[in-house]
Design a protein around this ligand. Structure first.
Ligand code: CU
Length: 438
């Protein structure tokens, strides 16, 4: 064999071995096992008592903390008694394990009441991700949490910090999620209205003196609704992993008197840029670095405001607590009001500032093997307005699509017939023109 390899080939082989040895990430990581029980419990995350879905008694659920290449196993018992459950691992690519993606009706069947199911998948990229329910509107009832994947030992990121912390932002409605869902599918459509509060890592505050609120359901002194506290040591730098799982609210997050340096967006390292307000939309995650470099004799407000819609929801507030001040000591200042809801300039500036970090650019292929066109439209179907892709709107199938595909059950797809008066061909043409490979 060696005879066929000349000097330069040998060098190439040596180089190839070297490159593979040093660039292929370690395949075998550790197995991280989680045991979860999902059930309904009365919770008062914003002082108002209502049913929430918890994991091991908590909402948000336990964080999944792993290193790149680790295998996550989640043994989930569905104790909701009368409802199915499915968990989607948001941002995890599920390479080789699409059946563990947790999108009920698409990749797998949901977990039936009383059943236990074991999800098993590899977290192959470092970064900040989320998990959330993917059955009905269970996510809005509190079934969600964070996934934090760090680099393997000995590898470093293109920034440094002393500690990290995950924070999930959500909007919280007092109406049950059934009421919300029934409104969405009613004709005419009924919107549940503005959320009653914003939760920061599962904690918010609703004004119990609001007229019409039943006194025994709302208590301002309930310890469940004390503000979320982020304790920091003066002069240390913190990586805040911020995710949003709101139902329908764009948010602005800020920490009074502190700038934030954005270093990661949706699991990708980005060129660093500094913001006063971080704008975040549902399903997104960011990592920002914050240094505790202000007067350490007091605490500061962290504030979350709804933007892009003129909402009357009170801003969500947390306490940015400088150790050793008392964690629940209110800052001496009025909380920052946040940007005006329709001030689009800083939002646009943030979007424009997001660029792949120079050391982590993966250029797309120069040409494509195949062009797939997916026009995304809103169609009127039986007096309902429904989102469609390629003129097909999603209907919950009896057989999950991935299973139908595997068993060649093509009738299980049951697409809507092409709609009359819909200029489908023209859209295809426009898209072909725009996306024709070079
Ligand atoms: Cu998601």
């Amino acid at each position: 064999m060696v005879e066929f390899l000349g000097g330069s080939s040998m060098k190439f082989l040596a180089y190839f071995v070297f490159v593979c040895w040093f660039t292929v990430p370690p395949v075998e990581g550790r197995v991280r096992h989680y045991k979860w029980e999902v059930k309904y419990e009365f919770k008062s995350p914003d002082c108002y008592k209502k049913l929430a879905i918890t994991i091991n008694g908590r909402t948000p659920g336990p964080s999944i903390i792993a290193q790149q290449g680790d295998t996550i196993t989640v043994e989930l018992k569905n104790s909701l008694l009368t409802e199915n459950v499915a968990i989607h691992w948001h941002g995890i690519r599920q390479i080789g394990t699409p059946w563990f993606d947790g999108t009920e009706g698409v990749t797998q069947y949901p977990i039936l009441p009383g059943d236990t199911f074991v999800y098993k998948f590899v977290v192959d990229r470092p970064g900040t991700y989320l998990y959330h329910a993917h059955y009905g509107m269970q996510r809005e009832a509190g079934l969600y949490g964070s996934i934090c994947v760090s680099l393997p030992d000995g590898e470093s990121e293109p920034f440094s910090y002393d500690y990290d912390k995950s924070i999930i932002l959500t909007d919280w409605y007092h109406a049950s999620r059934y009421q919300q869902a029934a409104g969405l599918s009613s004709i005419p459509f009924v919107w549940v209205g503005e959320p009653q509060s914003i939760l920061i890592q599962g904690k918010g505050r609703f004004d119990c003196s609001t007229p019409g609120i039943q006194a025994d359901l709302c208590s301002a002194t309930n310890p469940e609704c004390t503000p979320y506290v982020l304790t920091v040591i003066p002069r240390k730098t913190y990586r805040l992993r911020i995710g949003s799982l709101t139902a329908l609210s764009a948010l602005s997050f800020e920490i009074e008197g502190h700038n934030m340096t954005v270093v990661e967006a949706d699991g990708h390292y980005v060129e660093h840029f500094v913001v006063k307000n971080l704008f975040i939309y549902f399903g997104e995650t960011y990592s920002v670095l914050v240094t505790a470099d202000q007067d350490p004799s007091r605490n500061y407000w962290a504030s979350v405001k709804i933007v892009s819609r003129n909402s009357n929801t009170t801003n969500g507030l947390a306490i940015f607590n400088y150790y050793p001040n008392h964690p629940q000591r209110n800052p001496p200042t009025v909380p920052p009001p946040g940007p005006h809801w329709n001030d689009i300039e800083p939002r646009l500036a943030q979007s424009i500032a997001i660029k792949s970090h120079k050391g982590y650019i993966h250029p797309p292929p120069q040409t494509s093997d195949r062009v797939i066109i997916m026009p995304n439209t809103q169609n009127r179907i039986n007096d309902n307005v429904r989102w469609s892709i390629n003129n097909v709107s999603y209907n919950l199938p009896h057989t999950p699509y991935l299973i139908a595909l595997k068993h060649n059950l093509t009738h299980a797809f049951n697409p809507f017939p092409p709609l009359e008066g819909y200029d489908f061909a023209n859209i295809v043409e426009i898209n072909s023109f725009l996306y024709k490979p070079a």
